[in-house]
Ligand binder design. Structure first.
Ligand SMILES: N[C@@H](CCC(=O)N[C@@H](CS)C(=O)NCC(=O)O)C(=O)O
Length: 255
């Protein structure tokens, strides 16, 4: 097989050194590419340029706005390995699934989807987003907005207006409530992991990294960047016996 020619469209931010995006969705793909050791080139896209860039590259829209206009998003990926039939994808999970299908790991211990785990992992993906991240969004949105480029910042606040306004209205007690709810969901996640019979195992499926770990790590990176080290360390790093801090550290080499 000829070596892959992958073009990865990442969300540009203020963080230039190192060049970090602040979107968990972009991180999900970036961690997957690096974990799988797939070479890629990056196109950095500023927020207001997303639609223009995708249209120019014939990258499909993710969905539609309420008024029927197409909604273009990042991350996006072009696999130009076969120049006659380039594959153009959006949606972080769909992109990771495509990479895993197209460039499978030779070592079965490195498979992101060990046989029979796809549906369970889809459930875990849904749970983490809907039970954990949703309660932290108002807490992280102001920090994430401050990391966007000048051109993106205003649009970012419009897009996340509801979360941002909620954050501004939140008293300290409201933030604590958000943390409490999110941490209860993390406790549940921890109890699911314990079902494997080895609560000390580092990863969701035991000793080997799977998609679920990679996806949670992408969210943890986003939270650490947008909340700042102090708040992240106070609430998440040591929670559940340090599981989340260790998971983040395990993925540092794939950032
Ligand atoms: N489900 C999609 C969500 C993609 C998404 O919402 N991307 C955001 C960045 S985190 C975006 O491009 N927003 C720009 C916009 O909505 O205009 C995924 O997982 O990739």
């Amino acid at each position: 097989m000829s070596s892959p020619k992958l073009i990865f469209f990442q969300f540009k931010t203020r963080l230039q050194n190192p060049d970090y995006p602040t979107s968990p969705n972009v991180w999900r793909v970036r961690l997957a590419l690096n974990y799988k050791n797939l070479p890629f080139t990056t196109v950095w896209v500023d927020g207001p340029e997303i639609a223009k860039t995708c249209i120019a590259e014939c990258i499909p829209n993710l969905d539609f706005f309420a008024d029927g206009t197409p909604h273009y998003t990042l991350p996006a990926l072009i696999d130009a390995t076969n120049p006659d039939a380039p594959v153009k994808l959006v949606d972080s999970k769909r992109i990771v699934d495509y990479l895993e299908d197209t460039y499978p790991e030779i070592d079965p211990q490195r498979a992101l989807y060990p046989p029979g785990t796809k549906s369970f992992q889809a459930l875990a993906y849904y749970f983490f987003r809907e039970a954990v991240m949703i309660h932290l969004r108002p807490l992280s949105v102001a920090g994430a907005a401050a990391l966007q480029t000048d051109r993106t910042c205003a649009a970012y606040l419009v897009r996340h207006r509801e979360s941002y306004e909620k954050a501004q209205r939140m008293e300290e007690s409201g933030r604590e409530k958000g943390w409490e709810t999110a941490k209860s969901a993390l406790d549940l996640m921890e109890s699911f992991i314990a079902e494997n019979g080895d609560p000390q195992a580092p990863y969701f499926a035991g000793q080997n990294i799977t998609f679920t770990d990679l996806s949670i790590a992408a969210n943890l990176i986003y939270l650490k960047l947008s909340l700042g080290d102090q708040e992240f360390d106070k609430h998440i790093r040591a929670h559940n016996g340090g599981r989340w801090g260790r998971l983040l550290d395990a993925f540092a080499k794939y950032m």
